[in-house]
Ligand binder design. Structure first.
Ligand code: NDP
Ligand code: MG
Length: 390
């Protein structure tokens, strides 16, 4: 990153969430390498106020407009500018005092700020995988016309990026993405059908926000990560496979044409991939607990069970069908995932909802940004209708 300052100035979108708070931990332990220009959150206004008082950004944004007054009243004595609404997030990423944008909001909300950040030439530490799921081709086209670079935060993609350092891209045979298997890995199908949100929110290895934890339980998260890897690394879908590794020690692997496999290992803790992204591939100090190899008794690897977790097959389907397909899947999933958390539908209804509405939203082969916004709106509408009909 070319910055005239000794420090990198960050906009953190989704600062009150799991990735957002861990990003602030990394900033705090970086010895002054980072300054915060913008903090943005959805609705947890008290957390945002505390963060702003501590990290002193130029601007704090709350997406929920009805909380704008509370934020402004709390932060004006500190001389911190405030704003509200989704368009404030999309605008803030283009500010002069921002060098890098950390996209850590959930779901489709990450798309517009990321598009704007790329068009403004800002580097991106990308946690919001839904951006590449819904708009991978568009994002890659925009990147070609911009000086902006994307550094993945997702642990699997960070692992792959680390394995690829110094390698000729032509020598890659395939990418092997590890999956923990989620909380239902060893549950029989009949028990999975009865699973509640409380069951699904108990992830065995990772502590994450609710939406991605449910996506991990259905394994749609792994499908999304295959799509994300395809767009990040330019590898054909048939050369990306997922393997279940319940210990979550190997974060992903690259197999090369000579048969060598490189892996990145570590404890399941997001501070390391966040720090690697903020460092643009340079290593910062260690704030994750260190992996003690003597504590690892066993590492196992197994094929994902597509009968119990059919959502994982949606990656191949979405990439083969192309166009706006993965945007439809994402929109339907956001509605179904939330309905499951709210106890309105059963666990298996999430996948059923997605496959039921795929054909009911018009297929667009080469979607523009406007097409994707429209696709997302229609997919949500169709998914809500489907859920009401259950
Ligand atoms: P959380 O739910 O913990 O946090 C989400 C953050 O985004 C919160 O700050 C939330 O604000 C904010 N937010 C939500 N909706 C909006 C909106 N419409 N506008 C503005 N801000 C919004 O999620 P995670 O941190 O777990 O995940 C963030 C992203 O990172 C996701 O895309 C996820 O897939 C990805 N990711 C997460 C990993 C993890 O370990 N957590 C690992 C790999 C990827 P508030 O809470 O104040 O409402
Ligand atoms: Mg991941």
């Amino acid at each position: 990153m070319d910055t005239p300052n000794k420090f990198t100035r960050l906009a953190i979108l989704g600062s009150t969430g799991s990735i957002g708070t861990q990003t602030l931990d990394v900033v705090e332990h970086s010895g002054g390498q980072y300054r915060i220009s913008v903090l943005a959150a959805g609705s947890r206004v008290d957390d945002l106020i505390s963060q702003a008082i501590k990290f002193k950004p130029q601007l704090a944004i709350i997406a929920r407009r009805d909380l704008a007054g509370i934020l402004a009243d709390a932060l004006s004595p500190y001389g911190i500018e405030t704003a509200s609404g989704p368009e404030a997030l999309a605008e803030a990423v283009t500010r002069e005092d921002v060098d890098m944008v950390v996209t850590a909001t959930v779901g489709f909300s990450g798309l517009l700020p990321t598009v704007n950040a790329i068009m403004a030439g800002k580097d991106i530490a990308l946690a919001n995988k839904e951006t590449l799921v819904v708009a991978g081709s568009l994002i890659n086209r925009l990147l070609k016309q911009s000086s902006s670079r994307i550094y993945p935060v997702d642990s699997e993609h960070s692992a792959i990026a680390q394995c690829l350092v110094g390698e000729d891209p032509e020598s890659v045979h395939r990418l092997i993405i590890t999956a923990s298997g989620g909380p239902f890995r060893s549950w029989p199908a009949r028990r999975i059908a009865e699973a509640t949100a409380k069951d699904a929110l108990k992830h065995p290895n990772w502590s994450m926000g609710a939406k991605i934890t449910i996506d991990s339980a259905t394994m749609l998260n792994k499908a999304f990560e295959i799509i994300e890897a395809h767009y990040l690394f330019g590898i054909a879908p048939e050369r990306i496979r997922a393997v279940v590794h319940p210990q979550s020690i190997v974060h992903s692997m690259v197999e090369f044409k000579d048969g060598a496999i490189k892996a990145q290992l570590g404890v399941p803790d997001m501070h390391l991939p966040i720090a690697y992204a903020l460092g643009c591939g340079k290593r910062l100090g260690c704030i994750s607990p260190r992996l003690k190899l003597s504590d690892i008794y066993t590492m196992t690897f197994e094929e994902p069970d597509i009968k119990r977790f059919p959502a994982i097959t949606l990656a191949q389907y979405a990439l083969e069908r192309g166009g706006n397909t993965s945007c439809i899947i994402n929109g339907a999933n956001e509605i179904a995932n939330a309905a499951f958390i709210n106890g309105k539908i059963g666990f298996n209804d999430i996948y059923k909802c997605i496959v039921n509405i795929i054909d009911s939203v018009e297929f667009v082969e080469h979607p523009t940004l406007e097409d994707l916004l429209e696709t997302d709106r229609k997919a949500r509408h169709k998914a809500s209708e489907y859920i009401s009909s259950l």
